[in-house]
Design a protein around this ligand. Structure first.
Ligand code: GLU
Length: 463
């Protein structure tokens, strides 16, 4: 069997974390088996679907690198096909016209409800052998209903939830086409999964109620059933449904905040799936492992701290040239002056250990690209009778020293010894003069990066 999976978002908003996680699982499963991953845009809800949302979903998938092999298919472009199958089902007797008005259906539901039964369509227009149907009311356009089996059960082995069984008695004769002939949601999904020969449907468990209806229609069509896996929702740390309160829920907010896609992928992979104690793994490793085992039955909880921790990990691994491409535009916006300034990739190499996002990296790197403005208070505090002569000595020796971190560090120690000072007594004023701040990476590294001329010029202003 060739594995064929799909991601089938409704373009009614951005790609959210839950959607991205199901997309990742479907994609990785196809990759694991060398199968085919299909992208399908379920845009039949004309009021809620927008081209902007389609664009946002495509961008999100692209950023994550979840490439599709077929599609994107748009349901709105497949209307003729759905109508064709509706006609075939009417001809085959697996669907029928129903002329009950909406008010009548509501009234029959209400009757059943008061009788303590499950509210559903009572089958007035359902053709049966020997049954005489009512006279067709004039001027009323019918809906098309699926002739759901009345007895027996629908049962499937859900890859995540185990066996689920629903009695057919619980189920309505589903409307598959509206009075204007447009097909309904569940019907389109069924026809698409059938036509696209989907072998594994992995989706959020908010769809679990649709599955028995979809299975019955697939069976009526003589289609091979896919395997279903319904993954539980993602909740906030407080156990509530994930929402803006818990941090960004749109995938594309994350690149904007300075997250790397590999961190997001690694993070999403662990939301509802595990492989022993493994927390940090590449996407290739994930694809090699992911076979739909070890999917969790209980909802995963979104933990922004863990995502930030993973992002820090991947920033440390990332190539400095790549990081430069991400941070430089932000720094330019922030007024960074790159003329006669340290090499940005070298600065990134020094700063990336300590940041959780590339936006933080851009902020941190600014230390080297703006004119220092030490406050008068700090200058008084750190430029005193003890540090001044040592700083003068240091500036003198700077003229000749080999401008390498190790040599600078050795020279700094000599100055400290000669003036009987401790490291902070020199390092603090030097930080202040060179960067305007007291918090920087190790002072010898900072001095080495700035270069001789800048160091001497910045010291000369105050010494
Ligand atoms: N379009 C549905 C959604 O966005 C998914 C349908 C499916 O996966 O079957 O929730």
């Amino acid at each position: 069997m060739i594995v064929r999976t799909r991601f089938a978002p409704s373009p009614t908003g951005y790609l959210h974390l839950g959607g991205a996680r199901t997309a990742l699982f479907s994609w990785a499963y196809a990759r694991h088996f060398g199968g085919t991953f299909i992208l399908r845009i379920e845009d039949t809800d004309l009021e809620r679907s927008t081209p902007e949302a389609v664009e946002a979903i495509l961008q999100g998938m692209d950023w994550l690198g979840l490439s599709h092999d077929e599609g994107p298919f748009y349901q709105m472009q497949r209307m003729d096909r759905y109508r064709e199958v509706v006609a075939q089902m009417l001809a085959a007797g697996t669907a029928y016209y129903c002329y009950s008005s909406q008010e009548e259906v509501e009234a029959m539901r209400e009757r059943l409800r008061t009788a303590g039964e499950k509210p559903r369509y009572d089958g007035t227009w359902r053709p049966e052998a020997g049954k005489i149907l009512p006279a067709i009311p004039g001027g009323r356009k019918p809906v098309v209903r699926f002739k759901n089996p009345q007895d027996g059960d629908v049962s499937w082995d859900d890859v995540v939830k185990g066996t689920i069984t629903i009695s057919n008695r619980e189920m309505d004769d589903l409307v598959i086409a509206r009075p204007d002939g447009t097909p309904t949601y569940n019907f389109c999904v069924v026809i698409d999964d059938w036509d696209m020969q989907i072998t594994h449907v992995i989706r959020g468990d908010d769809h679990v109620n649709n599955t028995p209806r979809q299975i019955n229609i697939l069976k009526a069509l003589g289609a091979t059933l896919p395997l279903y896996g319904h993954v539980p929702m993602i909740l906030g740390a407080d156990g509530e449904k994930l929402s803006k309160r818990h941090g960004a829920v749109s995938v594309m907010d994350y690149p904007a905040q300075g997250y790397l896609p590999e961190a997001m992928l690694n993070y999403l992979a662990r939301l509802g799936w595990s492989h022993g104690d493994d927390e940090v793994f590449s996407i290739e490793q994930f694809c090699a492992w992911f076979d739909l085992d070890h999917l969790s039955k209980s909802p995963a909880q979104f933990n922004p701290e863990k995502l930030a921790w993973l992002n820090n990990h991947y920033i440390k691994l990332a190539d400095n040239a790549r990081l430069e491409g991400l941070v430089k535009p932000l720094m330019e916006k922030d007024g960074a002056d790159f003329v006669n300034a340290p090499d940005l990739q070298a600065v990134i190499g020094l700063m990336k250990e300590r940041v959780n996002t590339t936006n933080e990296l851009a902020d941190a790197a600014m230390l080297f690209y703006r004119t220092p403005e030490p406050t008068a208070d700090l200058l008084v505090q750190h430029l005193n009778e003890l540090s001044r002569p040592a700083l003068q000595d240091f500036a003198m020796r700077c003229q000749a020293v080999d401008w390498k971190k190790e040599a600078l560090s050795a020279m700094l120690k000599e100055v400290l010894a000669a003036h009987k000072l401790k490291m902070p007594q020199m390092a603090m004023p030097l930080r202040l003069l060179l960067t305007g701040q007291l918090h920087t990476p190790s002072i010898d590294a900072v001095i080495a990066l700035f270069g001789r001329e800048t160091v001497l010029a910045r010291m000369a202003k105050y010494i």
